[in-house]
Ligand binder design. Sequence first.
Ligand code: DLL
Length: 433
Amino acid sequence: MLYWNQSRECMPREEMQKLQSERLKKTVKRVYHNVPFYRAKMQAKGVEPEDIKGIEDLSKLPFTYKQDLRDNYPYGLFAAPLSEIVRIHASSGTTGKKTVVGYTRNDLEKWSEVMARTLVSAGAVKESVIQVAYGYGLFTGGLGAHYGAEKIGASVIPISGGNTKLQLEIMKDFGTTLLACTPSYALYMAEELEESGIKPGELKLKSGVFGAEPWSAAMRDEIERRLGIMAIDIYGLSEVIGPGVATECPCKCGLHVQEDHFIPEIIDPDTEELLPAGSTGELVFSTVTKEGLPLLRYRTRDISSLDYEKCDCGRTLVRMSKVTGRTDDMLIIRGVNVFPSQIESVLLELGETAPHYLIIVDRIGKMDALEIWVEMTQTLFSDEVKKIEDMERLIRKRVEETLGISVKVKLVEPKSIQRSEGKAKRVIDKRKL
Ligand code: DLL
């Protein structure tokens, strides 16, 4: 099977633009009438739904930012009543509260469709055995891949992340043919596989769909070589739908955006000016089929570029280049999005330390490690060792509760963290991707 939905994936550009225009008009009407936030934003810009005649008018529409989701927490941007929302997921917000997303039954159907396309482009067929080692839960990775795999009719192993020994045992015994997880976890599995004594030849694994964090071409080579598979990059974000927004094909020359559902644009992040095709800038998406949480011109903060040339695989869907960076300070640690501001909020809330801290990210073995250095106040510094240790433990507990991943916390002497005369450098990322 080359494509899941050939008529859409290989649609001539003109037809695609017509379809996008129709869908965009409908979406604009929907948000204008159902979401007070969008009505107010459009009115402030002097735009009425009737002014949007097609995708050529996209830039008349207002942008949506992660902060808007936070300001309308939890359900304020939903364009469907809760009675029609059948699923809720969430990702990290910039501070304490999460970014919440809701799906209607039709949204779940569309999500399964784009994930089916994604898995098929990585070689999945009805007979495939798909091991989903993305986390299940509020994170969209696990359930997104799961529904796509079921839609194809493949056999899904919903193992979720972690327990690597069991992952490998199941991979061998159940005859997994396709693995879905973060690229760093795939590499970790490859390493453990070598230790386990299982030979790659004993596995039926043929391919993997890896995403949720940036990874380099060198990392792809290593995963492909060590696991003996084809490694495909998949991209997505909760706000837009989750995984399934864009995927590589076997040509591995950019990720095809499922543009009958999500219209991409590239803008200059500072001036918000639309950039011509081929330019590198910030990726912006408008969803045109979602009902629960449609978003107009959502600022992803991811840096990429768009290529409209037809691909050798036959797909006409526009290709976005691999995401290698962001325009903000979000870190992705073991697949989890982390904003330094989340850590700062915890420290400020506790109020027991100085407001000086350093976040150190490293990759130890194949695993990301997060360490936080926090400066003690003079009072805490002169306290007994036990009190200092208690404080370290408390900070660690609070940060772990907020981020959902394990961290190391080290309290350091007053004035030992370098002060900055300009923008504070609070993050040291030592990982070499
Ligand atoms: O990470 C959805 C996902 C799950 C994608 C599984 C792929 C596979 P969020 O947790 O909302 O959603 O994080 C979205 O992760 O804005 C990017 O910065 C980053 N990201 C996702 N995929 C890739 C990728 C999921 N393939 C944020 N390459 C996005 C680089 C990626 N960065």
